[in-house]
Write a protein that binds this ligand. Structure first.
Ligand code: 26Y
Length: 812
């Protein structure tokens, strides 16, 4: 792929690149290129590109308005290859590396994968940064610089074992510490009321002062016309004081305790299902990055527009909150405006409301954040007062003339039952609330946030998620990308809708053959990776059936395992059963404390051991668990997939984004009518996707009816479903590390909350039909290419354009 950036080229040509690269080696390490390790060579290359990025002047933003995307997670993934693509210098650098005697791929593989996010929500934030920069939007990220990212996952005896993720070990060449831009954030203490000449005001006294220090990462847009900024905050002690007495008494730990207490705030990323344990630290994280981010934004606004223009703030600034984690933006913005800028209370609320918008990413009641009032008020006494006052006014102004108003008020008030309900806080302080797929937004409006919706329907809107097609097709799938560029040019990298031109090749036999070759190359690459990382040997002639995502009961990796066990059993017991040979590939992490999800991982590895070692079946089915799912390994997996498993129970997955990444890479979706699967289905047509299972209304009816009994399903068919359930505990799978009583209990004692048994038969049949169609290679490839051709809609560029137009009110 050629140059995307016209006159903003970093290197004139290959020779210029090689010369600059050699020189940079001398400046960075005082060594010659040949004397450096591959890791050092990567560092120099990344440093060279990062430096040039930082020094690039922003060409122009389309609109003056600044967007700040507040997110506790930015799951960036490796950046080098993405920068090269966006600068349009991938070809030059690749050729230059070859001349220097190494491959670009090998250098790219040296880069750490910063795991500053859990999964979908964090990766979405990173895709949005890419798209805002590509579209020339003045859009910046505001987040946390965790010293340790999400744990590294290893598998021992089939079990997930969590290891520290020391991602900063070799430094992070893309960041710059901005000590001079540090701000102070106050925790605890008490509020003092002052009065003078009939005017009164409040201050917060005492408590702990923490210094928030920003680290900036330049975000270069495609074509390199726009360079935005991702600002990640690190917590440090406010003053270098030191307990000298303790030190002199030999108590070194006590002497430096102030430092470790402060630093603890940005030490670790919280997993997405963390319970009560260690929650205070999480609250501190939420406040730290909100307060530090807002202070900075207000400071720069004041510098730009002067000290008395606060009423215009919302015209120039948009603050978007990624789920409820930054929900304190509302009250904190009010606090700074009222206490520090002397803005009147009502105006301050108006400004906050005009500026802030909120995206919801889940409807699961147990996942909605709540904080005990006592803890909240003690940690953030002044910010809490704004919540209390807004809540009081909300109650006071609540319409008493609607039927059942007491209950509606109870559902929507911020403070209730001794808790601060963060979703309600977010809704009340925002001018826009959006869900992340059509189905999800519908559920928010009809159920989760219905009482809000009834009051202010115009506040609600849908913004179906998207993904960076440049990273997840352009970077991740070089073989297919090249093929696409050969026939439709490279305009699709800028405008993903151009992928629709592939429609012309859906019936072109030679194109379909080339597609199959590209897929074969991707499968080989993944099979090599799987052999190295999990020791499992895959036959590339098999169908690659992929389920990769966080482990969660609602996502139903267990249903997939049940299907594999059923297929296994039937191959053994029914000689006429001869399914298409398939490799089942799983990857994903379970939160440390989520024991059910961890047991499912152990089950997969136990099934893998049984199946892969059984000569009676292992030319028909193989199972692989790829350890340590991360952006980098995902980029190897998506391109190689042929079946995309999206099998959450209907109404549970807000959107899903791996479904989009996989369809874009030409995998066929096997999925429920859930999240964005619905939109995929609409786009590709029912012949090019396999939908199965209960629909949301049926799930609701089943639950409401109270007539669902897992035991009935078990007893009805002891040959197939009953047998699979028995195998959890009868020793069949116990060889690796024991039986699976707790999984059996979840199904049979807890009555199968996630409806694994309810969807079992339709799922297995759908899978059989789907792999049955694989034999028609032409037809399969046609459907695969059709999926890619229709995937342009799922570019996050489209999503961001919609946010810009409907929520942030800016031109893009
Ligand atoms: C409260 C806390 C510890 C927490 C941290 C992270 C709670 C939740 C999360 C992460 C949630 C998440 O990743 N949600 C996913 O967001 C994606 C992007 O919108 C959706 O595609 C996906 O369906 C949803 O599960």
């Amino acid at each position: 792929m050629g140059s995307a950036n016209g006159d903003r080229e970093l290197f004139k040509d290959k020779d210029d690149f090689v010369a600059q690269y050699r020189e940079a080696c001398e400046t960075f390490f005082a060594k010659k290129y040949d004397e450096l390790s591959q890791q050092e060579r990567f560092c120099v290359l990344a440093g060279l590109i990062a430096n040039k990025s930082r020094n690039l002047k922003v060409d122009s933003h389309k609109d003056d308005k600044e967007v700040y995307y507040f997110s506790l997670e930015f799951l960036l993934g490796p950046l080098l290859d993405n920068y090269l693509l966006n600068f349009g210098i991938r070809a030059i650098v690749k050729a230059g590396c070859a001349e220097l005697g190494t491959t670009l791929e090998d250098l790219v593989a040296q880069e750490v994968d910063p795991g500053l996010g859990n999964g979908g929500l964090g990766r979405l934030a990173a895709c949005f940064l890419d798209s805002m920069a590509a579209l020339g939007i003045n859009g910046n990220g505001n987040g946390m610089r965790y010293r340790y990212g999400l744990f590294r996952q290893e598998i021992e005896g089939g079990r997930q074992v969590e290891k520290m993720d020391n991602w900063l070990e070799h430094g992070f060449p893309w960041e710059t510490r901005k000590s001079e831009a540090a701000v102070l954030v106050q925790f605890g203490g008490h509020v003092v009321r002052h009065e003078e000449g009939g005017r009164f005001w409040f201050t917060q006294e005492g408590g702990d002062l923490i210094k928030a220090v920003p680290y900036d990462v330049p975000i270069v847009g495609y074509g390199a016309k726009t360079v935005n900024n991702l600002r990640l905050w690190s917590a440090e002690p406010a003053a270098e004081d030191f307990d000298l007495d303790a030190f002199n008494a030999g108590n070194y730990a006590k002497a430096v305790k102030f430092r470790s207490d402060a630093e603890a705030i940005s030490q670790i990323l919280y997993p997405n299902d963390s319970g009560e344990h260690g929650r205070l630290l999480r609250l501190k994280q939420e406040y730290l990055f909100v307060s530090a981010g807002l202070q900075t934004i207000l400071r720069s606004f004041e510098n730009k527009y002067g000290p008395d223009k606060w009423a215009d703030f919302g015209k120039h600034v948009s603050i978007h909150t990624n789920d409820t984690h930054p929900a304190m933006c509302g009250p904190e913005l009010m606090r700074i405006l009222v206490d520090d800028k002397r803005v009147d209370f009502d105006l301050a609320f108006k400004i906050a409301h005009e500026t802030i918008s909120y995206t919801n990413h889940t409807v699961m009641p147990e996942a909605l954040e709540k904080w005990p009032i006592g803890i909240f008020r003690e940690l953030l006494p002044r910010t809490y007062m704004f919540i209390e006052e807004i809540d009081r006014r909300y109650r006071e102004g609540f319409p008493h003339d609607v039927e059942g108003w007491q209950e509606k008020l109870a559902n929507t008030a911020i403070l209730w039952d001794g808790q601060v309900r963060m979703a309600n806080l977010s809704v009340i302080f925002s001018h826009s609330v959006n869900g992340v797929s059509a189905l999800h937004t519908g559920i928010l409006e009809a159920q989760t946030l219905h009482d809000f919706y009834a009051l202010e329907p115009e506040k609600f809107n849908n913004k179906t998620n998207g993904i960076s097609h440049r990273r997840f097709l352009g970077n991740a799938n070089p073989s297919y990308s090249r093929l696409i560029c050969d026939v439709i040019g490279e305009g699709w990298l800028r405008d993903a809708n151009e992928l629709a031109q592939l429609g012309r090749y859906e019936d072109d036999p030679s194109f379909l053959e080339e597609f199959e070759k590209a897929k074969a190359w991707d499968k080989r690459r993944l099979a090599d990776y799987i052999r190295r990382t999990s020791g499992v040997e895959l036959d590339c002639a098999m169908v690659f059936d992929v389920q990769v995502k966080r482990f969660h009961a609602y996502k139903r990796q267990l249903l997939n395992v049940f299907k594999i066990l059923d297929v296994y059993n039937r191959i053994l017991s029914d000689p006429s059963f001869d399914p298409r040979p398939t490799a089942f590939i799983f990857s994903g992490k379970a939160a440390q404390s989520y024991s059910f999800a961890k047991e499912v991982i152990r089950l997969i590895n136990s099934v893998a051991e049984a199946v892969n070692g059984d000569a009676r079946v292992n030319d028909k089915i193989r199972v692989a668990f790829v350890p340590n799912f991360a952006v980098s390994s995902a980029q190897l997996i998506y391109p190689a997939a042929e079946i995309s498993e999206q099998i959450s129970w209907a109404g549970s997955e807000a959107s899903g984004t791996s479904n989009m990444k996989l369809m874009m890479n030409g995998a066929i979706t096997l999925g429920t009518y859930d999240g964005a699967n619905v939109e995929i289905c609409d786009l590709v047509g029912e012949e090019n996707i396999k939908i199965f299972g209960l629909r949301t209304e049926e799930v609701d009816a089943l639950r409401a009816g109270g007539t669902y009994w897992a035991w009935d399903l078990y007893n009805r068919d002891r040959e197939r479903l009953g047998r699979v359930i028995d195998e959890l505990t009868d020793g069949t799978l116990a060889h690796l590390s024991g039986n699976f009583e707790s999984i059996r209990d979840e199904l049979m004692v807890n009555n199968d909350h996630d409806l694994v048994l309810a969807d079992f038969y339709t799922y297995v049949s759908a899978w059989e039909e789907l792999v049955g169609a694989y034999g028609d290679r032409r037809g399969w490839n046609r459907a695969a290419v059709h999926n890619t051709a229709r995937s342009g809609y799922f570019s996050s560029d489209r999503t961001i354009r919609e946010y810009a137009a409907d929520i942030w009110h800016i031109e893009s």
